[in-house]
Ligand binder design. Sequence first.
Ligand code: ADP
Length: 546
Amino acid sequence: MHGLMMDTPLLVSSILQHAERNFPEQEIVSVTADNPLHRYTFADCARRSRKLADALQQLGAEAGDRIATLAWNDYRHLEAYYAIGGAGFVCHTINPRLFPEQLVFIINHAEDQWLLTDPLFLPLLEKIAPQIEGVKGFIVLTDEAHMPKSSLPNAICYESLLEKGSAEYAWPELDERTAVGLCYTSGTTGDPKGVLYNHRSQVLHAYAGVAPDALNIGNRDTVLPVVPLFHVNAWGTPYSCLMVGAKLVFPGPKMGDGETLCNLIETEKVTAALGVPTVWLALLQYCEKSGKRLDNLQRTAIGGAAVPVSMIREFHQKHGVWVSQGWGMTEMSPLGTVGVPKVGMEGLPDEEMYKIRAKAGRAIFGVEMRIVDDNGKELPWDGVAFGALQVRGPWICSDYYKLDGSADTHTADGWFDTGDVAIIDSDGFMSITDRTKDVIKSGGEWISSIEIENVAVGHPDVAEAAVIGVHHPKWSERPLLIIVKAEGKEPTRQDLFDWLDGKIAKWWMPDDVVFVDEIPHTATGKIKKIALREQFADYSLPEGSS
Ligand code: ADP
């Protein structure tokens, strides 16, 4: 027997309508290329998004058309999210840090019809324009006064385009399974793969994201997403913050600038901030140098890469801020787990709490997870067994755009194989130990590169650490520790060995330590292990190691 409930579709336009009706005065503050501090309200955002949707339709955009954005986090990019998705087009967010050949690949693969771009990226687009001829026009996210000169014949000013749209535009009532967004994985191996979100997945993901034991976002919060709108929906904040009426603060092109972030947190009274570990490194370094404290900030959600205990400790001890670690991926919209302690853990000593928060966290409702061995057999949640991490749920991709099942990422019983290797403890806290392809296999046993990196980076003289497996005649692979020294510090190889001693299993001790000026990063700010493995391909470990 079916229940008797309305079948109201879950649409992102309904989030915007709800936000306009219930929180019209709530603010959105942005740093943009043409304004150091732009300020407007949810009502303004809703009105302008309708105008943009209408204007795009006047340009000839049709249902299902992919319309791309190449932009930092600000209010115009947010309008693009709602206008494009809400109108039934697909908002294809592009990472501007990708290499030009990757940009060309994904723009053509997605068959983008229009591209909204920050003025800063025009020179880049001018270079690749002959290779992306399918794009009908480039909409430059600025006003006429700031419109740069461009050799592109089809560059249109965003504000002028918006003027042509009607604020009376009515959002279509779409099927909730209509595609709403498209984001390509960064493609560290092979070509980037497109993940195609739908309205239903994004609305459910936003509901899950605001919960107290997830990102914990409400009407009284001011949220600073330092996670880019161009990568995995900025962890759902464009939808979740408007859903609950949280004030939004966007850092624009200043995402990596510790001083700007610190000032925004102070002046806008930011209560919750979200980002990958590298951006918080910049913020913490700035605070240390300037002696500033993050007094308003209550919590940060950090994910996208493992969070070292040292960072969690520094946030808490110096700023009174608790870190909740999250894990997820492009294919998961991205939220999968969040590391909020369970009831009964509140009295634990701080150092114990830091260790719990250094895990990737527990699955939020909507995400089922399991770890399996090489034969696909499920492994216990005992805090010891390592296995391939698999997930399933309504905001996890069932396939990649135009790949028709050829990606080989889904199991026969319908789970998505994340490509991560993990341990899950008896409380359900999961820890990522490696990407499958980064795992170090020494004498048939797995060594977690991430765990060694986390301990190494806690050394006060270390700025960044990476561990890769290098060839060893007896053990097949052994760990090599690669270090970037902290500014003005001169740690030695022996200092690192002494530091790791007792903090990791004896047989995990790296066979050597090398110092480099820089560790390569992917377009999303993660350590590029592939490049490191190439760089150290001919490396031979010192005589007598292991
Ligand atoms: P990319 O496009 O680089 O694949 P994603 O954001 O999709 O970007 O990356 C997802 C991957 O990032 C995960 O599969 C995992 O390996 C890593 N990751 C995310 N969060 C964490 C975390 N908390 N700890 C360790 N690794 C993480």
